[in-house]
Design a protein around this ligand. Sequence first.
Ligand SMILES: Nc1ncnc2c1ncn2[C@@H]1O[C@H](COP(=O)(O)OP(=O)(O)O)[C@@H](O)[C@H]1O
Ligand SMILES: [Mg+2]
Length: 233
Amino acid sequence: MVRNSREEWKTRAEVFDAFTERVLIKLSSQKHFDGLSSIVSPGKEAVVFAAAKGEEFVAVKIYKLETAKFSKMYDYIRVDPRYQRVQNRKRQVIFKWAEREYNNLLLMREAGISVPMPITHRDNIIVMEFIGHDQLASPLLAHNAPENPEDFAEETFRQLEVITKAGFVHGDLSEFNIINHDERPVFIDFSHMAPLKAPNSDFLLERDVKNVCRYFSKIGIDKDPETVLKELS
Ligand SMILES: Nc1ncnc2c1ncn2[C@@H]1O[C@H](COP(=O)(O)OP(=O)(O)O)[C@@H](O)[C@H]1O
Ligand SMILES: [Mg+2]
C-alpha cells in the first residue's frame, strides 16, 4: 500500500479531477461509502481505493479520465457484440468500459464464480466488495503463491471452466488478476471479459489459458495449455 508518499500524491492528483470528485460525492451521498481511505493499487488506467463504509470497507475502482488508454479500450469494446454502438469518444468509451466491467462482475457472480460482489457503478467509477481483511487487501496470486498449489490450481481451472460454460472469456487472466484470498482464488479485473461469440474470443481464451498454465508450471503444477483449451471447448 502506498501511503503519505510522493507517489500517493501524484496518483491522487492524476485521478481526482473536478468531474470525478463530483461522482465520488454523489456515490457517497447515496451511502455506498463514507470516504476513500487508502490506495490499494495506483494503476496506469485505474486506481483502486479502499473506502470506509461504517465499520467495513468497500473497493472503489476509478478509471482515470485523462491518462486512460481509451483508443485501446475502444478497439476491445467495439468488437463485443453487447457494445457495438459505443462511439469513439473518450469519456463515452471510459464510461462504457467501467459499465462493462460492472456488468461482467454481475454475470460472473450469477454464474457462481468467486469475484468481488459488484455494488454499483457510475460514469468512470465502480464500487465493489473489498477482498481482504479490514483495510488490508488480500495479495495477488503473483505476490503470494498458494500453500497448496494443487488445490489452488484445481479450483482455478474449475472456475475457468465455469466462465467458459457461461459463454464468456475473461480476456486478461493471469496471476496478476487473481487474488489469493485466504488460499482461495478470487478473480478480478473483468473489464476485458467478452462473450465467446466476439470475434477475438479465441485469441483471448488462448492467451488466458497460456498465462494461467505458465504461472502454475512455475509452482510445480504442469498443465498443457493445448489440452486445457480442448477441454474447455
Ligand atoms: N475488490 C477488490 N478488493 C481488494 N483489492 C482489489 C479489488 N479489486 C482490485 N484490487 C487490487 O487492485 C489492483 C488493481 O485492480 P484491477 O482491477 O486489476 O485493475 P488494473 O489492473 O486495471 O489496474 C489489483 O491487482 C488488486 O491488488
Ligand atoms: Mg489488473
